[in-house]
Design a binder for this molecule. Structure first.
Ligand code: AKG
Ligand code: FE2
Ligand code: ZN
Length: 503
């Protein structure tokens, strides 16, 4: 049966086409709380958005995006950036002293590591950024001639008897690291940058919160011209995508290749066996349930594939059939609700118990996944796609089933799901690792329906998120602590959505 409701379009919602409670200045509190543990059971009080507004540290700053106040989206780094004060040279290590800015011991780094990490123009080609020597060319214990710290916190080490690159005849080689570089060594043993990227502060949403965000400052929507040509508008919209996982591009020209152009503003498209871009049209004997006119429950795409696409774009070229409304639900909100109310069920969903597959023609893909994946309590991704499930391992279904049923109920409750009938000229972009999508059944007679889709990989998404973070000037050497703090805040958000408080 098709539904015969009249539903507002995205643009209609944005222009206030749907009745909603008065929009608060900020939909959700994002206050920073001390870590709490254990007892998540809640005391209930009546739900109401107004209750969220009294929190001291409101989210409104987040709205400003990258052009706005510094740190708005990412929060303030949690560790004092005390500069390097002194260095001592031992036999095979250098000991770096950051003074008493935190309780850490001096940082001991081997001279081998330091010599390998030289970024001088002889060691790292300034044009290509690539290393000019092999780590195996360095002596096991490179000899230090001198080491000193400047007032600005930078570190200079002069190496002796150094033939690693063709340097000076006297065998001396000078390495200089800026304060910023030195700071990055403090966090952990990895010297890659991405572990230091502070994850975006997310706003978890149910239907009414999302509608308020839409109406709020319009930042969940961006016009095609702005997205393509106005860098500030692009970054604002991208920041919103990181925050909510769901944005809409409007006024897209009526042409097949536009989805590729919109996606290319973020970066290269992720090619999959569905094609570089793909058509969502109903067809006979469809190879994918998406290409039928049937109801399609909430799901994520390509759970059986490596890598799983991070962003999904769907550009609406035609949607005149009766039905065919798009459905979206914030999977992270549902996961956090479960964590808050039923940590036992949440735990069951973090086990690797779901088999996914796609087997057709020359394609044969399968993967076992955890429904919920987190790092230090911070949600990273979900894996939910009932149509592509393969039979379970016989010993895992019993524990998974009740937990998954509670999760599914929360995802698909009307108050948690956004339902929009996309109009031609609208393109939705959503985070396929977080936001689940689906669609209502539609009647193929008396109309046409055509969406054109594209994917962006996680790696490309991270690169752009990295630039966003760079614009915000945020890194956090203590990223693990930051992750668990964000996780704690998200539990508060979901408690607030449920009209309860955490004790
Ligand atoms: O038809 C739709 O609205 C969405 C279909 C779908 O799930 C997809 O293309 O991934
Ligand atoms: Fe899909
Ligand atoms: Zn060098």
């Amino acid at each position: 049966m098709l539904q015969s409701r009249t539903l507002p379009t995205v643009a209609g919602l944005l222009r206030g086409g749907r009745v909603a409670p008065p929009a608060p200045s900020s939909a959700i509190s994002n206050r920073v709380l001390p870590r709490t543990c254990g007892g998540r059971r809640l005391s209930t009080r009546p739900a109401g958005l107004h209750q969220r507004r009294h929190h001291s540290n409101q989210v409104s700053a987040q709205r400003s995006g990258p052009g706005g106040p510094k740190n708005s989206l990412y929060g303030t780094p949690s560790v004092d950036n005390g500069k390097l004060k002194a260095v001592k040279v031992h036999k095979a290590t250098l000991s770096l002293d950051f003074g008493k800015v935190d309780s850490r011991e001096p940082l001991n780094i081997s001279s081998l590591w330091l010599r390998d990490a030289c970024t001088c123009p002889l060691c790292v080609d300034p044009d290509s950024g690539q290393k000019n020597f092999s780590t195996c060319d360095i002596p096991d214990v490179p000899e230090v001639q001198s080491a000193e710290v400047a007032n600005d916190g930078s570190l200079t080490v002069v190496w002796k008897g150094d033939n690693v690159v063709n340097g000076s005849d006297d065998g001396l080689h000078k390495s200089v690291w800026s304060d910023k570089q030195v700071q990055e060594w403090r966090s952990d043993l990895s010297s890659l940058r991405s572990p230091h990227i502070v994850p975006a502060r997310r706003t978890l949403w149910n239907r009414s919160v999302y509608e308020q965000l839409w109406k709020g400052d319009g930042s969940c929507t961006v016009s095609y011209m702005e997205w393509m040509q106005d860098p500030d508008a692009f970054w604002r919209a991208f920041a919103k995508l990181c925050e909510t996982g769901l944005i809409f591009v409007t006024d897209v020209p009526d042409a097949e290749f536009e989805v590729e152009k919109i996606a290319s503003k973020i970066g290269i498209l992720q090619h999959t066996f569905y094609g570089f871009t793909w058509d969502v049209k109903s067809k006979p004997r469809a190879e994918n349930v998406a290409y039928t006119s049937q109801f399609l429950g909430l799901h994520q795409d390509l759970m059986y594939h490596i890598p799983i696409p991070r962003l999904q774009l769907l550009h609406c070229l035609a949607n005149s059939c009766e039905g065919g409304e798009s459905l979206f639900s914030d999977g992270f909100r549902a996961a956090m609700e479960l964590k808050l109310n039923r940590p036992d069920l949440y735990g069951a969903l973090t086990e690797p118990s779901v088999n996914f597959h796609y087997k057709k023609g020359q394609h044969s893909y399968e993967m076992v996944r955890r429904t919920i994946e987190e790092t230090h309590g911070h949600l990273e991704t979900l894996h939910w796609s009932p149509p592509f499930q393969a039979p379970f391992r016989r010993d895992s279904i019993t524990r998974w089933k009740p937990a998954a049923t509670a999760f599914q109920r929360s995802l698909s409750e009307a108050e948690n799901m956004v339902e929009v009938k996309l109009k031609p000229g609208e393109c939705v972009i959503f985070d396929n690792w977080r936001v689940l999508h689906g669609r209502q059944e539609f009647a193929t007679s008396g109309g046409s329906r055509w969406l054109k889709g594209a994917y962006i990989s996680d790696q490309v998404h991270r690169a752009v998120e990295d630039q966003l973070q760079e614009r915000n000037g945020i890194t956090d050497p203590d990223i693990e602590r930051f992750r668990s703090r964000l996780a704690d805040e998200e539990l508060d958000q979901v408690a607030s959505l449920l009209g309860t408080t955490r004790i």
